[in-house]
Design a protein around this ligand. Structure first.
Ligand code: URA
Length: 487
């Protein structure tokens, strides 16, 4: 009997290396065992000796690595030996994976399905809460209890989705931390380490209440999808009872009110939004908005164009009211839409790097967008950025003008063509307007440069590096024009 030691409960790479050795030595699955971490081997098990150096590499069908990467995440204590048995059999039965009625294949299919489901639940039910880290930085923490060993397998999804945040997901067996650029895996946590509620909770509640469709309520299906086990970690579950209770009446109301036409006032508003004319009701409200906090609050209810509806929230500008510079981007992206902050995703990283190189302290500047809702086209599970049209930019210009009015900066930096036309009030090309200080009628100055995501979209490293240098030079000009921004 042989045994191999693995580092953690879903150590796929460790399993792969051990299996290659075991296969090369001709060890049958019945004589193989695996230990995880500090576990002790059985009395008669001895460590695998090294494989002969000339041992051939096993060949497997294309689908096998993907399948076994999931099998090793299953909670079944026999998973590593079972996966090795499949590998062993495949060396003799090349078409094994295609035999759906084979008991091992049936079992593997069920195990893979269970792991996929558990990973999906983790993606859907993890709820971050903001915690104080004692250093003034923002840190989001979530507690989750998976059925299977899916933390490593699912963590890259969170790293992509919340790339601009620092977050930790605690689970009883293993935890994962993202520091903004790298994932690291930590020991498990206990329930008492669960973070308490915060402002994010209110956001989830609003979001869940707004997407809840009473006419499509299927209580049993909902319970099956969202097992009670997860409810304790999900703020919105507090809404489930009242929403179910009110669903029948709400659904009746929906049916009764469905065929009515929008009110004339609403139609006029929509028309104005389309043509870019100012909304007088909103204009009146403007006179009462005398601080950024009030403006942000009012913008959170903005319905001036249709973009509010599919977006998660309005992403208003961030920064101090006395900022000497406003940076204006195009519109929030996927990550900004979720976090509610501008420029925290991949484009934000390019932007931050350029500011750092120019010695600019971002926290002294005000950062915003020409359009304050994320416009996207759904593609499968992804939301693909879509360019805002002229009507949407004009409808949102009102907010940008208000931000300018309240902050009265020395300099406004337009990042990309959309921002440039919103700032200058006319269409310009980046080529013509770039890198020079433009005097505006209100006494401020404007500087037009490229949008950071333009750099990311360039096809090769040479042109990316060249554009990055030019972008950094523009940021150096910002710093030279407004020395108060210095780090
Ligand atoms: N792109 C933008 O223009 N703004 C953001 O906030 C993020 C990406």
């Amino acid at each position: 009997m042989y045994s191999a030691r693995l580092s953690f409960p879903a150590d796929f790479d460790g399993w792969r290396v051990a299996c290659r050795t075991a296969l090369a030595l001709g060890v049958p699955p019945e004589e193989m065992s695996f230990m995880i971490g500090e576990e002790t081997a059985g009395l008669f098990a001895e460590p695998l000796p090294p494989a002969p150096s000339d041992a051939p590499q096993p060949t497997v069908p294309k689908a096998f690595p993907g399948l076994t990467a999931k099998l090793v995440c299953h909670a079944d204590g026999d998973r590593f030996v079972f996966a090795y048995r499949l590998l062993w059999r495949l060396q003799r039965e090349r078409t094994l994976l295609e035999i759906a009625s084979d008991p091992d294949i049936l079992r593997a299919t069920e195990m893979e399905k269970a792991v996929r489901r558990d990973s999906h639940k983790m993606k859907a039910f993890v709820r971050f809460r903001e915690v104080e880290d004692g250093k003034g930085a923002r840190h989001f923490v979530a507690w989750f209890e998976p059925f299977h060993h899916v933390v490593e397998h699912t963590a890259p999804f969170f790293a992509r989705r919340f790339a601009g945040m620092v977050w930790t997901i605690l689970t009883p067996e293993r935890s994962v931390h993202w520091d903004g650029s790298d994932l690291s895996f930590l020991p498990g946590a206990t329930r008492d380490m669960r973070p308490d509620g915060d402002d994010m909770e209110a956001l989830w509640l609003t979001y869940y209440a707004s997407i809840f469709n009473p006419a499509r309520l299927k209580v049993n299906a909902m319970r099956a999808e969202m097992p009670k086990k997860y409810w304790a970690n999900m703020p919105e579950t507090a809404l489930i009872k009242p929403l179910i209770a009110g669903a029948e009446a709400a659904s009746r109301r929906m049916i009764e009110t469905a065929p009515t036409l929008p009110s004339l006032r609403h139609e006029r508003q929509m028309e104005r939004a389309k043509t870019g004319q100012p909304d007088m009701a909103a204009k009146k409200a403007e006179t009462r908005l005398t601080s950024l906090a009030q403006a942000r609050d009012a913008a959170s209810h903005c319905r001036a164009c249709p973009l509010w509806e599919p977006a998660t929230q309005t992403v208003f500008g961030r920064g101090p009211e006395n900022a000497p510079v406003i940076f204006v981007g195009e519109q929030p992206g996927d990550q900004e839409d979720i976090a509610g902050e501008p420029f925290i995703g991949p484009a934000g990283k390019v932007f931050d790097a350029a500011l750092a190189e120019a010695g600019i302290d971002r926290s002294l500047a005000y950062v915003t967008n020409a359009v304050k809702h994320f416009k996207f086209a759904p593609r499968g599970k992804r939301r693909i950025h879509a360019k805002p049209n002229g009507g949407e930019i004009r409808a949102c210009r009102w907010w940008l003008d208000l931000e300018r009015e309240l902050i009265r900066p020395k300099l406004i930096v337009a990042l990309g063509a959309t921002a440039a036309s919103a700032v200058l009030g006319k269409t310009v090309t980046i080529r013509d307007a770039r890198s020079r200080l433009i005097d505006l009628d209100d006494g401020t100055r404007a500087l037009v440069t490229v949008h950071p995501s333009y750099i990311l979209r360039l096809p090769d490293k040479v042109s990316q590096d060249e554009e990055r240098r030019a972008f950094h030079a523009d940021m150096a000009l910002v710093r030279q024009t407004v020395p108060e921004l210095a780090l």
